[in-house]
Design a protein around this ligand. Structure first.
Ligand code: ADP
Length: 381
């Protein structure tokens, strides 16, 4: 934004790659950034205006962050919601607020609330410790998915079973530790993601829908524009607006969608910048990190336009060997999160822009391979 003044200090809970990319966007958003990092190795430490150490589960750390910030936001949802609620009651600006964050923190709450609002979700029940597992599984005949209500992400805390009988032992074990979502395993034609940024005044700045590919519960690749039928693209946009009205977040609302023969259903929502919108950094005039910071700082959102006909984003994931610096591929932007290499860990991403969807995608994968850290490739349907 021209002439932006850096009046507002945004405190970010967590110092991961999302906070890193918020840090890279802070000048464009016109804000200062204080990061609550877990360790000096956290990616965002290098770009923050100020760093505090601690976690989102420690009330003293959250209070220290709030004292240094005008508004508190998040890199991840590993946070003590009760402590945040106390801060809000004392007048601290927490955006998104605890009631919106609960959707991202607790999958059982999310499914119940979205179903109650009439939004399409897979058929589900919630089981807790002491519940009869056979009763919980009774309504399911085919393949099922178990999801821990809290604490799982990137495929952790999610398990797939061919039928309810196979799921019984895991259900009993997990339910002993907290609520478990039992849901039908849908036959997916594909997955898509919609990111909408909601400003403090409730106005929305949506990004175009993208198609996504997942492997082992982790996003592998996204492509813009989506190749879904125009009526489904339109339906996704309408779903995004209804979700924003239901959840009332401030900042990024990311919606992961399942595509089945019956249409779209909501897999899950996240209330922070999202992997499926990393392409917006180069692929749009106003990326998700800048828009998130502007929203939580109470500033107006910028209009969003795509800057290229096509974009493809591929995650860089730790393989058997550490990644190496690779030669550039034309029109591909490499984001290295400067994280220690570990097998299966997200280490960065690449975004290719272009005019032809297939060539754009090929260049993104070529770049990821040259760096020695492509995600496991899965074919588009
Ligand atoms: P996480 O919160 O760990 O990302 P998700 O709930 O998003 O876990 O599930 C990860 C992936 O597992 C999804 O992207 C999808 O590919 C698959 N999956 C999850 N739930 C279902 C379901 N009910 N039916 C079919 N596939 C599913």
């Amino acid at each position: 934004m021209p002439g932006a003044r850096r009046d507002v200090t945004v405190g970010v809970v967590g110092g991961g790659q999302l906070a890193l990319m918020m840090g890279q966007a802070r000048a464009a958003a016109g804000v200062r950034l204080v990061v609550l990092a877990a360790s000096p190795e956290d990616p965002a430490v290098a770009v923050a205006d100020e760093v505090l150490y601690g976690t989102g589960f420690e009330e003293t750390s959250l209070r220290a962050l709030a004292a240094r910030s005008d508004v508190v936001t998040f890199d991840h949802e590993l946070v003590d919601l009760d402590a945040l609620g106390r801060l809000v009651a004392e007048g601290v600006a927490v955006r998104p607020g605890p009631s919106a964050l609960l959707f991202a923190v607790d999958k059982a709450h999310q499914r119940r609330a979205l179903a109650a609002a009439g939004l399409p979700v897979p058929r589900f029940v919630v089981a807790a410790a002491g519940d009869d597992p056979d009763e919980a599984l009774r309504g399911f005949a085919g393949p099922v998915v178990l999801k821990r209500a809290r604490g799982g992400y990137d495929g952790r805390g999610v398990a797939f079973f061919d039928g309810p009988d196979d799921a019984r032992a895991t259900l009993v074990a997990w339910a002993g530790e907290g609520e478990v979502l039992v849901e039908e395993r849908l036959e997916l034609l594909g997955e898509a993601a919609l990111v909408v940024v909601r400003a403090l005044d409730g106005s929305l700045a949506p990004y175009p829908l993208v198609d996504t590919r997942q492997a082992e519960g982790m996003c592998v690749e996204t492509r813009y524009p989506s190749r879904l039928r125009p009526d489904l693209v339109e339906a996704a946009g309408a779903l995004g607006a209804r979700l924003a009205a239901t959840i009332e977040p401030v900042g990024v609302l990311a919606v992961e969608l399942f595509v089945t023969a019956a249409g779209l259903s909501v897999n899950e929502v996240a209330l922070r910048p999202h992997n499926t919108a990393h392409w917006t950094i180069e692929g749009t005039t106003a990326d998700q990190f800048t828009q998130h910071l502007r929203a939580v700082a109470g500033l107006a959102l910028a209009p969003v336009e795509a800057t290229a006909t096509c974009a493809a984003m591929v995650n860089l994931v730790g393989g058997p060997h550490p990644p190496r610096p690779g030669p550039d591929v034309e029109g591909v932007y490499v984001h290295d999160y400067a994280k220690a290499w570990r097998v299966g860990r997200k280490l960065g991403h690449v975004t290719a822009l272009g005019a032809d969807p297939d060539q754009t995608r090929v260049r993104a994968w070529e770049s990821a391979r040259r760096l020695g850290a492509p995600a496991r490739e899965v074919a588009w349907p």
